[in-house]
Write a new protein. Structure first.
Length: 448
């Protein structure tokens, strides 16, 4: 899991160097992050279903091998005209490897704890995952500044070897539930998500009024609608749409997860660029600067997991979403100072909000699924999570992408990022209202 999480942020701190060395366009640079998140989102439901069918341990092992292989190829990107398609394609392969890993690792951890301790168990799990998300900017900055940006991908190889070695000896509960694989549903989901995010992200290049932008977005939404219709009629659906609709608390958890991660990845990506472009820091300094929000994240994540075990998900989740909204608005208002210390308050409040909401929201969603389809449920949760990340990168990216040209000014980028962060704050405020109105109060009566 460390490999998957670190790759969400390690590229963010190094993207300006990668763009310069490989002569990438600003859009291609953004795609190095979005392609990874989008591929993970598009294939993660399939990954969770495969874990249910073939066993989560086997799917995790396959995911590790695919992820490490794709990471190796990312680091070998040639400095030629094929650099853009090569790197983006390999990032897609990394995302597919992550899609196999994420739901099955989460299920294996969840099944290792008794129901009354799952909040604490997954809190620890997400603290560790968050730690490596935080390590990403630091590791990426040092490797980029003192060796080569290619090493940010190669670092996954020893981690993969260590993981496979330890995985061969550790004993984890794992049960197979044979069933048919819904390849048709998987194809519709991939196409729908891909076209939707493609139109949103390329809008800054194609223009919002262009046929390509509008057509891509509409086609993506229509295909996602067809996916819903297809899944409701499928004998062994990739995602049980009717069960999803009938289980309202689970559905609300997933909608909130999409909103939560709408801001999560974009904050890291554009926050890292802010410290380099607007504040003028070297990659190593920028890595430590963006790390600030994790100080409060770690503490709040443990508190959020404990609150979930005692009082249920509603209070830690709603409190966390409110804190993110306030934190992002405060952070946005501090960006014009063009200093790392000037954004301290906003970053700490934002980090605490993410910590409170994240572990409680994920635990609550998975606890509402029967054990035999927990891999599918984890895949659904992670689909919403990573699709939210891809949407956030695409939509917030259109706001700031214009400031990433060859004549970018520190204050110009800060102004664009201020607008993007305030949009994120509004999204979080809407999420807070949804959580207060639709999330059930109290602990679950039956976590199975």
């Amino acid at each position: 899991m460390a490999m998957v999480m670190i790759d969400f942020t390690i590229v963010s701190i190094s993207v300006t160097t990668i763009q310069r060395d490989l002569h990438l366009s600003a859009t291609a640079a953004q795609w190095t992050v979005t392609a990874y998140a989008l591929a993970t989102a598009a294939f993660i439901a399939l990954g969770g279903r495969l874990g249910d069918i073939f066993g989560h341990k086997r799917i995790v092992a396959i995911g590790i091998i695919l992820f490490a292989g794709a990471s190796t190829l990312c680091g070998l990107t040639p400095d030629t005209s094929i650099a853009e398609p090569w790197l983006i394609t390999c990032r897609v392969l990394q995302g597919i490897g992550g899609a196999l890993l994420i739901p099955s690792t989460t299920v294996l951890v969840l099944n290792s704890f008794p129901p009354e301790e799952r909040g604490k168990g997954l809190a620890i799990f997400f603290i560790v995952a968050g730690l490596f998300t935080a390590v990403g900017p630091i590791a990426g900055s040092y490797l980029t500044q003192y060796w080569t940006w290619r090493a940010i991908f190669w670092i996954n190889i020893p981690v993969a070897l260590l993981s496979l070695t330890e995985f061969a000896f550790v004993k984890l509960k794992d049960v197979k539930h044979p069933a048919r694989i819904d390849w048709g549903g998987a194809a519709l989901l991939v196409a729908g998500m891909g076209l939707t995010v493609l139109g949103l992200q390329e809008s800054s290049t194609w223009g919002w009024g262009s046929l390509a932008t509008i057509g891509s977005i509409i086609a993506g939404i229509v295909i996602l609608g067809l996916f819903v219709v297809y899944e409701r009629r499928a004998e062994s659906p990739l995602i049980s749409i009717q069960a999803f609709i009938d289980n309202r608390p689970f559905a609300v958890d997933n909608v909130l997860t999409l909103f939560l991660f709408f801001t999560w990845l974009a904050v890291f990506f554009f926050g890292s660029i802010y410290f380099q472009v607007s504040v003028g820091q070297e990659p190593t300094q920028a890595g430590f600067s963006i790390l600030t929000m994790f100080y409060s994240f770690f503490i709040a994540s443990r508190i959020g997991g404990g609150m979930y075990d005692k009082v249920g998900a509603k209070h830690p989740v709603s409190l966390g979403l409110a804190a993110i909204a306030v934190g992002l608005w405060l952070w946005a208002s501090e960006l014009s100072k063009l200093t790392s210390g000037g954004t301290l308050a906003g970053m700490l409040v934002t980090g605490a909000g993410f910590g409170l909401a994240m572990s409680a929201l994920n635990t609550d969603a998975l606890n509402r699924a029967p054990k035999e389809i927990r891999g599918e449920a984890s895949g659904i949760v992670q689909t919403f999570r990573n699709f939210g990340s891809a949407l956030g990168m695409a939509i917030l990216g259109t706001i700031v992408l214009g400031a990433l040209g060859p004549h970018t000014t520190p204050s110009g980028f800060a102004d664009a990022l201020e607008t993007a962060f305030k949009v994120g704050a509004i999204v979080m405020a809407v999420s807070f209202v949804i959580s207060r109105v639709f999330m059930p109060s109290g602990k679950q009566a039956d976590v199975e």
